[in-house]
Design a protein around this ligand. Structure first.
Ligand SMILES: C[S@@+](CC[C@H](N)C(=O)[O-])C[C@H]1O[C@@H](n2cnc3c(N)ncnc32)[C@H](O)[C@@H]1O
Length: 280
């Protein structure tokens, strides 16, 4: 079987189960062949070895059963970096890059101190640290296996300006920061999307929060006030229907300049707020 035949048969096999059968077939074959996607076009006639055929067959069977491509390959591109992923935490989403883009455009000190809460793979923290080697980035997650994953990504990317440790939100965090970012769990436990598609394979610990999905955002907004410098900024990702509620939470906790940003689909996706100059 050559590359063109493998792609055609895998695309057909995924047609009824994947929203993007051809894209998935290509990513998985590129992983098996350890090559760039473009090589699949250039090497259409290349014949797969028996081992490669078997591995591709296994990958396609797992994808046909619904498993996310990123959990099958164990990696996902985010911003300018590639991250290892596993089932301990969320697969980084492209829409979270909009939060990263926003954070990078803030007027922060050259040696800004940054905290990322619920770091998961380290996506936000490591993307910011890679863009700004002079920033000191701290990243925390509640779960030891998630912290281990984020540290593995940090080591792979050789980012020396990042410190990663275990903390239940801000409980084990000391100090003040110019910027605090968070992409916390924000889905209501009864949301039907939890049982659908890639999300159904991801851990509830990364997805679900009480109080209609807003409980963790409350905790973060309340606690961040003690850890932001005067004029420091909090940026929190949330669901596309939660913009108004999150702005209200920020205002109720006394933040200024509260505004919501959109994702690539122009849906409300994150809200930023400045901690005012004089602490209460
Ligand atoms: C939606 S995922 C976001 C992961 C990553 N920041 C990203 O954007 O891809 C939420 C993360 O918050 C972590 N988390 C959940 N509850 C937490 C808590 N109480 N304290 C710290 N982290 C928590 C989860 O383990 C998960 O990694």
């Amino acid at each position: 079987m050559n590359v063109a035949q493998a792609l055609a048969s895998a695309t057909a096999e995924l047609a009824t189960t994947s929203p993007e059968p051809e894209v998935d077939a290509k990513w998985l074959l590129a992983d098996v062949l350890d090559c760039e996607l473009t090589r699949l076009i250039l090497d259409r006639a290349k014949v797969l070895s028996d081992v490669q055929c078997q591995q591709y067959h296994d990958f396609i069977a797992r994808r046909a059963a619904g498993e996310p491509v990123a959990y099958i390959t164990g990696r996902r591109g985010f911003w300018s970096i590639e991250l290892q992923v596993n089932t301990s935490t969320l697969i980084p989403r492209a829409d979270t890059e909009c939060l990263v883009d926003y954070a990078l455009q803030l007027s922060l000190p050259a040696k800004a101190s940054v905290l990322d809460l619920g770091t998961g793979t380290g996506a936000i923290a490591l993307a910011l640290a890679a863009e700004n080697p002079s920033w000191a980035v701290t990243a925390v997650d509640k779960f030891a296996e998630v912290v281990a994953l984020a540290r593995a990504n940090q080591q792979q990317l050789q980012l020396k300006n990042v410190s990663i440790f275990q903390s239940d939100w801000l409980d084990s965090v000391d100090g003040e920061f110019d910027l605090i970012t968070a992409n916390p769990p924000y889905i209501d436990s009864l949301d039907p999307h939890l049982a659908q598609g890639d999300v159904s394979f991801e851990p509830k610990s990364a997805l679900v929060a009480a109080e209609s999905g807003l409980a963790d955002i409350h905790t973060i907004a309340r606690g961040a006030r003690q850890h932001l410098v005067n004029g420091g900024v909090l940026v929190v990702e949330h669901g596309y229907q939660q913009g108004r509620a999150v702005r209200q939470i920020m205002q109720d906790y006394g933040y200024d300049q509260v505004e919501t940003g959109q994702d690539f689909g122009r849906n409300d996706r994150f809200t930023s707020a400045h901690w005012r100059v004089n602490l209460p």
